[in-house]
Design a protein around this ligand. Structure first.
Ligand code: ATP
Ligand code: MG
Length: 402
């Protein structure tokens, strides 16, 4: 075993010495077997949340109604969840209430895919009741039990299956794929926030081309906000080299392919965080500019470095050109710019008012912009005297009076 499991072993030991069962479970065990990076481990136990709280001195109730307690140990937080059965599935969604149970088997049985239904004890022995290891070796995603039934219980599992294709570079088992095709329509019952969380993991994954193909093949695409009436345009992304794109670059590509009129409204439908939404909308307008003309120092500056890189990567991807060295090239362009932001200009609007002895007005903004451009184009240095002299030669509304 390796970290972060090793540091968590005392938690399992404490639960066991109090007469309970405790195991590592779920994605962390799967990722351990796959030799993938593990961020945090999930622990499952036969102890009820109240029993867990009695054993450990420092705990936080982070999801007590679902049986999850955060145990703080040696400065690290561990999610400890009571074995549970989920019944009472209503409206094709995860149930509101869960039943705490004492059986590991039942807890593993309610999990979505065989690869995710593994447990590991403190000695590193794997409990594999549903042939999860075989599925991992075969790189296959297969539901625990009947796929149709499992998707009717919680339709989000269909999105999860496809995002695992992207994340793990696995394939869907035939019966699981068929059941997704036949039940994709159930996704209309699922909250957009949960769909977005899975879609985000999908487009962050390394095999998104395959996963996006499945979204089309299994008709999931019709149940993703805003995609339904644009599937033909969107399908073009399957011809492109999308696996290298980042999350924001993929959104940018999607919006550019669909050619959305109101990108902000489109992303709002997805309930995207507003900061990310604004970034993508600005990047889209920069990408559109890029289609009109090639970069200048000024257009790079106004775009900002990150957006310029994202827009250029998507531009090249859409034109089936290599994205090699784009980041380095743009970073280099920025490193030799005389100013990186507007704030670096050594004069202010106040200075202009004093120099020209005129009241403020729209002319200030205009002149500041001209100055900025002149500095960027290296016509003048970012120097007070030079800017002052140059400003006097500018075409101003009151030029004749100066
Ligand atoms: P990731 O690496 O993205 O965190 P994960 O497999 O750990 O993947 P989580 O969403 O963190 O996914 O869920 C932890 C575990 O809980 C899963 O491995 C699975 O066993 C179970 N699980 C999560 N969501 C569901 C669901 N909708 N239905 C059934 N089991 C689920
Ligand atoms: Mg996880």
């Amino acid at each position: 075993m390796n970290e972060p499991f090793l540091s968590a072993i005392p938690i399992l030991e404490a639960l066991e010495s109090n007469g309970f069962e405790a195991y590592f479970v779920g994605g962390s065990v799967r990722d351990y077997l796959l030799d993938r990076k593990i961020d945090d481990v999930d622990i499952a136990t036969s102890a009820t949340p109240q029993e867990v709280k009695k054993i450990f001195s420092q705990t936080v109730d982070i999801g007590i109604e679902h049986g999850t307690i955060l145990v703080l140990f040696d400065g690290i937080g561990y999610e400890v969840t009571t074995f549970r059965a989920e019944s009472d599935y209503r409206d094709y969604r995860r149930p509101e209430t869960v039943h705490f149970i004492r059986s590991l088997t039942k807890d593993l049985e309610r999990r979505d895919f065989t690869m995710n239904a593994l447990a590991m004890d403190k000695k590193g022995r794997i409990i594999d009741l549903f042939n999860g290891i075989q599925a991992i070796n075969d790189q296959l995603i297969e539901t625990v039990g009947d796929a149709k039934e499992r998707f009717h219980e919680d339709a989000l599992r269909m999105m999860r299956a496809v995002r695992f294709v992207s994340q793990l570079e696995f394939s869907l088992h035939m019966s699981t794929k068929l059941a997704i095709s036949e039940n994709a329509y159930l996704l209309k019952h699922i909250a957009i926030e949960r769909i977005l969380a899975e879609f985000t993991k999908l487009i962050r994954g390394s095999n998104k081309k395959q996963a996006l193909t499945l979204l089309f093949d299994c008709q999931i695409i019709d149940y993703l906000p805003g995609f339904k009436n644009h599937t033909d345009k969107l399908k073009q992304c399957l011809e492109l080299d999308v696996n290298e794109l980042s999350e924001n670059q993929t959104w940018l590509l999607i919006l550019a392919l669909i050619d959305v009129n109101e990108p902000m409204n489109f992303l709002r439908e997805w309930r995207m965080p507003s900061k990310q939404m604004k970034y993508i909308v600005k990047a889209l307008s920069v990408l559109k500019e890029r289609y009109q003309s090639s970069w200048t120092v000024a257009s790079l500056f106004y775009a900002t470095k990150e957006i310029a890189i994202d827009a250029e990567v998507v531009y090249k991807t859409m034109n089936k050109q290599s994205i090699y060295m784009i980041q380095e090239t743009i970073e280099n362009e920025f490193s030799i710019m005389p100013i990186k932001t507007r704030e670096e200009i050594v004069i202010s609007g106040e200075d202009l008012i004093n120099w020209f002895n005129r009241p403020g007005g729209p002319w200030i903004k205009d002149l500041l912009q001209q100055i900025e451009l002149a500095i960027l184009n290296k016509e003048i240095a970012n120097d007070r005297d030079e800017i002052k002299g140059w400003s006097r030669t500018c075409n101003l509304p009151f030029a004749n009076d100066c």
